[in-house]
Structures are given as C-alpha cells and as structure tokens.
Design a protein around this ligand. Structure first.
Ligand code: SF4
Length: 493
C-alpha cells in the first residue's frame, strides 16, 4: 500500500531536506528539462495555439459559471445511458460510496487506472481498511505503489526515480503483490516494461471491478473520457464487470465541440504528443460491450468553496497537464513530495490550499512555495494566472494565520521607528556597535522560524550610513572599514 501525505511537514521544512538529495535533483532536472523542451517544440507547431488556449480558458470559465446546469445535464444523460450517479460532498462520503459499491459485488480486489481524485481522497487506504486491495495499473503509479512511496508529479508520479531504482523496486516488491519480476531483470527500459506488462496482465484478466478517474465528462451525452499513453487504463475500462469512476465536479465540458479543443491542448502540453495514444470514451453501459455496471461518483471535496472565490476559482480550469511543474524552478529543486499533497508544483500550491483550506501549517505554507517568476502562467494551456492566485492566497494567510499577528506587530514597531528619526539613528548606532556579537542567523520563534531559518542576517557596516555621510568632508572618502577599504571603495563594489 502506498503511503498518504498525512503528517507531512510544511513546505519549507520538507524542501530543506529534499533539496539536499543530489540524486533526486539530478533525476528531476533531467526529466523536467526533457519534457519541457519537447513541449515547447510541440506547441510551436500550431499557428493557432494562442487561440486554442483562449478557447480552453473560455469554455472552462463558461462551464464553471453554469456548473449547476451542466452537472444536472450530465447526471440525466448518464442515468439515461444505464449508469448510476452518486454525489459525494467530501472525501469520507466518496470513499464510503466506493467501498459500499465494491462490497456489493462480493469482490475484495479492484484494479485502478491512474486517478488524481482518488489520491486526493485517500481511496486506496480507505478500501484497505475495508479489506479491499486496490492495484494501481498505470506504470508510474505501479512503481510508486510497489515502492511504498508517494507520487511526486501529476503526469509521471515516479519522476523522482531513475531506471536502476525502478529495477530494484520491481525485484524487491513485485512478488509480494503478484507475479514476481523475472530473474536477472536489468534496468533496460524494454525489460522493465515487459516485467510490468506480465505482472499487470494477471491483474487485468482476474479483476471484476475497476476504479477510474476521468479527464473530462461531456455533459450533453454523459460521456466520460480518459487520455493515457500506455493502454493500461483501457484494459481497466473495458475488461471488468463493474466500473466505478470518481470524478471532480469541475471536469465537465458542455459538448463534443468543446472536447475537441482540449484533445488538442492536453497532449501537447503534457507529453508533447500531437495526439494522445489512447483516448477511451464510455457512456453508461452497452450490452455485450465493456462493464455491465457503471457508477459515476461526482466529487465536491472543496470545489464549491473554491468556485465561490472570484480569483481562486480559475484553479478549477486545470486540466492536469503538468506543464507548470516542468518549468517551475521551485518544483525542480524541491521535488513533488515537499508539497504534502497529490497535487505538487505551482498548481498544487494554489489548488491544495483552496480544496483543503488554509488552517493547517502545511496548507498555509504552500502559497509561499513559489518565486512568482510567472513561468507557470506562460505555459498553462488554460491560462491560469497562478501567480495572481498565489498572491491572493498569501494575503489570506497573512490575514488569518495567528502567526502573522507577530509580523503585524513588528511592522507597527518599524513604522514608529521610521517616524522618529532620533530613535532610528540611535537604533542604527547600537546595531553597528553590536555587529560583532550578532550571529549569522537569527532564529525567530513560532511561525517566523520558517522564514529566519533559511536566511542569513546581512553584515552590518561599522558605521551607519548617515553618520558616515555627515562626517564626510566634501570630496573626501569616508572612514576606513574593517577590510581597509574606504566608504567610497565599498560603495563602488
Ligand atoms: S495549472 Fe495549467 S499548466 Fe498546470 S497542470 Fe493545470 S492546466 Fe497544466
């Protein structure tokens, strides 16, 4: 069973550890640079990329504005096509619905096609508590599950692992979950893929129940859409007797014409492919073709609250392409685990705190996990202005978090000092005289610790600038500093 993100430390603490991991940084730098370069080439092939991007943004905004209408339309269409729709307000309700549905089939195993929504609600762990084992079938998810690990990227959850690490995981763990890895397995991609294929084939042929997510739901026909590269998802979506799809309510698009836009935007932004290798679509049930029972669990879990925020709601446009992760300098260095949620990188920094709220230390730290360089906004295929949402969330953290009362008090004191020149000069002189006693770092207590722990104190000059300026005869250099340089030399450096 892969672990959950529960109990993860706030971003600054987690990143302070992960940035020291040279192997992780090397793996991430190699992978993200390769994908980002390929994506840039794939996007420049289309003359109308800017128009497509705008169309994607407008379709999503329109759908979100009329979500109540499109959700009911989708429910009616799914039901008419032989499916059953369930509404889940939060993670606990969604997990309970899925566990009850699986139990009703009499099965104790399910196969899963990669689904961020089920990671978000901790479905695997909830099913395990009911005695039901969930087998991940996406190759990267399989690596994460066998390695008792956590996903660290939206598209490539095992991006932090290199080939030899994956070979070791297959050798050690495959036998405990089913068919063992072949003897003498090397780290060649072909051998690793074959080992995974043989291991998973047994699961596909045995499973009676599958759990999936969906990239889109077409409201006019109630059709669900999954895009993937390996074909493992298609096995899950067609072979079992019962299919349970857990999908966030923001995944709707009104019509097939709208879907056309996203089928162009998503593959080029995510895997730099012109067209997605496997696009599976299903509408309710069809006699003699695919699962005979279909359940759609529509998940809210904080999305309605996010929709209520005029600035933050744009995060719900996200189509999970991961382009923003691959260009983010913070993600590249800190890695995905540091974000403490299945949604890492820039989109995680704005989506997670909106879905979960800003109460916990982990969630309050996420809006600060960015340099605000704006690279994420540039590449986003649905034009989510991530820096704008980050700044707005920082404002909310500053207003709500008790720790920021300290910051406000400090700013008030600084304001008084700057309003009283005599006191300000005296404070500067005292600080200059005490410069030899000052430590390199000044660890502040409480919430300010995260800030001061990662910053050196500036070296104070021997004389405050004002004193030096006032004592300096016209055209002459100021007093000598410790290093023998004059004030003029120092200023010119
Ligand atoms: S925020 Fe934009 S770039 Fe990032 S994953 Fe979502 S759609 Fe892709």
């Amino acid at each position: 069973m892969s672990r959950t993100f529960l109990g993860m430390p706030p971003f600054p603490e987690a990143a302070a550890v992960s940035t020291q991991n040279a192997q992780l940084r090397a793996n991430l730098t190699h992978a993200t640079h390769t994908i980002r370069d390929k994506r840039a080439r794939a996007v420049t092939e289309l003359d109308d990329w800017a128009q497509l991007r705008q169309a994607g943004q407008e379709i999503k905004d329109h759908t979100l504005r009329h979500l109540d209408h499109y959700l009911l339309q989708a429910e009616k269409a799914v039901t008419a096509a032989g499916g059953t729709v369930h509404w889940a307000a939060d993670a606990a309700e969604a997990n309970r619905i899925v566990a009850d549905l699986v139990r009703a089939t009499g099965e104790s195993e399910v196969v899963k096609v990669k689904s961020m929504a089920t990671q978000e609600i901790g479905l695997n762990e909830a099913l395990a508590a009911e005695g039901i084992t969930a087998y991940e079938t996406d190759l990267a998810e399989l690596i994460v599950q066998l390695g008792d690990d956590l996903p660290s990227h939206i598209l490539v959850p095992a991006i932090h692992r290199n080939r030899s690490e994956i070979r070791d995981i297959f050798r050690d763990a495959m036998g405990r979950w089913g068919r063992p890895a072949p003897d003498g397995l090397t780290d060649s991609p072909a051998e690793l893929a074959e080992a995974a294929r043989l291991h998973l084939r047994e699961k596909f042929l045995r499973a009676k129940v599958a759990v999936s997510g969906a990239n889109f739901i077409v409201a006019e026909t109630g059709t669900l859409v999954v895009l993937e590269s390996e074909g493992n998802g298609r096995m899950c979506l067609t072979l079992p007797e019962t299919l349970i799809s857990v999908v966030g309510i923001e995944k709707l698009v009104p019509s097939w014409r709208d879907l056309e836009v996203f089928l162009q935007l998503l593959p080029r932004s995510s895997t730099a492919e012109r067209m997605n290798p496997y696009t599976t679509l299903w509408t309710g049930t069809t006699a003699g073709d695919g699962p005979s029972n279909f359940h759609l669990v529509l998940l809210d879990n904080g999305r309605t609250d996010t929709l209520a925020d005029e600035v933050g709601r744009q995060a719900l446009r996200c189509i999970r392409c991961s382009a923003c992760l691959n260009v983010c300098p913070v993600y590249e260095r800190a890695g995905g685990h540091a974000y403490g949620s299945p949604y890492p990188g820039p989109i995680g920094a704005i989506l997670t705190p909106q879905l979960r709220g800003l109460q916990s230390e982990v969630d309050a730290s996420l809006p600060y996990a960015s340099s605000l360089c704006g690279a994420c906004y540039e590449v986003c295929p649905v034009a989510i202005d991530i820096p704008e949402v980050l700044v707005q969330l920082r404002e909310r953290v500053a207003d709500q978090a008790p720790g920021h009362r300290l910051e406000r008090a400090a700013m008030k004191s600084a304001g008084w000092l700057l309003d009283h020149p005599a006191a300000y000069s005296a404070a500067l002189r005292t600080a200059s005289r005490a410069r030899g006693l000052l430590p390199r770092r000044l660890p502040l207590p409480g919430p300010a610790k995260a800030w001061s722990d990662s910053r050196d104190l500036p070296t104070l000059p021997e004389h405050p600038f004002r004193d030096w300026w006032n004592s300096r005869p016209n055209g002459e250099d100021g007093p000598k500093h410790d290093d023998g340089k004059t004030g003029k030399d120092s200023a010119a450096r």
